[in-house]
Design a protein around this ligand. Sequence first.
Ligand SMILES: NC(=O)c1ccc[n+]([C@@H]2O[C@H](COP(=O)([O-])OP(=O)(O)OC[C@H]3O[C@@H](n4cnc5c(N)ncnc54)[C@H](OP(=O)(O)O)[C@@H]3O)[C@@H](O)[C@H]2O)c1
Length: 266
Amino acid sequence: MNFFDNATCYGSDEAETRFGDAFALTGIKREDVIIQSKVGLCFERNEFDWTKENILSSVDDSLRRMKLDYLDAVLLHRPDLIFDPEEVAQAFDELEQSGKVRHFGVSNVPTLQMELLKKYVKQPLVFNQLQLSLEQSQLIDQALYVNNKTTDMSIDRDNGTLDYCRLNDITIQAWSPLQYGMFEGSFIDSPKFPQLNQALQELGDKYGVSKAAIAIAWILRHPAKMQAIVGTMNPKHLIDVCAAADVELTHHEWYQLYLAAGKFLP
Ligand SMILES: NC(=O)c1ccc[n+]([C@@H]2O[C@H](COP(=O)([O-])OP(=O)(O)OC[C@H]3O[C@@H](n4cnc5c(N)ncnc54)[C@H](OP(=O)(O)O)[C@@H]3O)[C@@H](O)[C@H]2O)c1
C-alpha cells in the first residue's frame, strides 16, 4: 500500500499538514509513494470552485502543507456547477509545465462532464474517484435492470460512468468502500447488516482474512481494475485491509456478497 489520498478540504487544512509532518518523520523516499490531492471543494466558502485561480492556489497550498515539490495526481473533487472547461485546461497546462502535478483526474464526475473536459484538457484524465461499496453499489447496479420500472435499481444515476471509465482507461477509485449510506458508518460488524456480515465472515474464514478485507476484495475483483480508497485511524485495520490484495474471489463469491448486501437479481 503506497498510495495516499488527500484533499485541500480534509480537516480544513489540518489533514494535509499532519500528513506532511508524519511523512517527513518516516524517512520514506518521496518517489516510493504516490501522493494525490483533490481540489475544488470549498466548504469554508460554501461553494465548489474549478476556476483556474482556485485550482492553482489550492495545489500550491497542498504542496506547502505537505512539504512536497510535486503531486503525483490532482483530482477535481466534485463538479463546480458553473465550471468553464477552458479555464480548467489552462490550469492543468500550468501545473504540468511547472512540474507541480504529474497526472490529472476527477472525482464524482459523470460521463458527459468528463467528455466536456476532454474537449479542452490535453492531459489524459486517469482517475475518477466515485462512491462505491457493497452497500452503495449504484455505480454497478443500474446495468442489471436496464429500463425496468418496478425498481429504483434501474435508475441510471450517472449516465453510464462505469462503462465510460472502462472504455476510456480511466481508473475508478472507490471512496468510502466500507461505508453504508452517505457517511452513516461502516457496515463491518454493524447489526443493521446481519446477512452481509455473515457472508463476509464465511469468506473471511475461507481465505484467512478479515471481513473488511473481503469487502475490499469484492471491489478489487471487478474487472474494471478499480482502486479502493480506505480510511482508518487504526493501524491494525490498515494491515487487515492490505490482505485484500491477496484474495481473488471467485465469480460466484462476488455475486454471493452482492446478494448478501440486499441486492436482488431480475
Ligand atoms: N472523493 C470524495 O468525494 C470522497 C468522499 C469520501 C471519502 N473519500 C476518500 O475515501 C477515503 C475513505 O472513506 P471513508 O473513511 O469515508 O470510508 P471507509 O474507508 O469506507 O470507512 C471508514 C470506516 O471503516 C472503518 N474501517 C476501516 N478499516 C477497517 C477494518 N479493517 N476493519 C473494520 N473497520 C474498518 C473505519 O474505522 P477505524 O478508523 O476504526 O478503522 C471507519 O469507521 C477517505 O479517507 C477519502 O480519502 C473521498
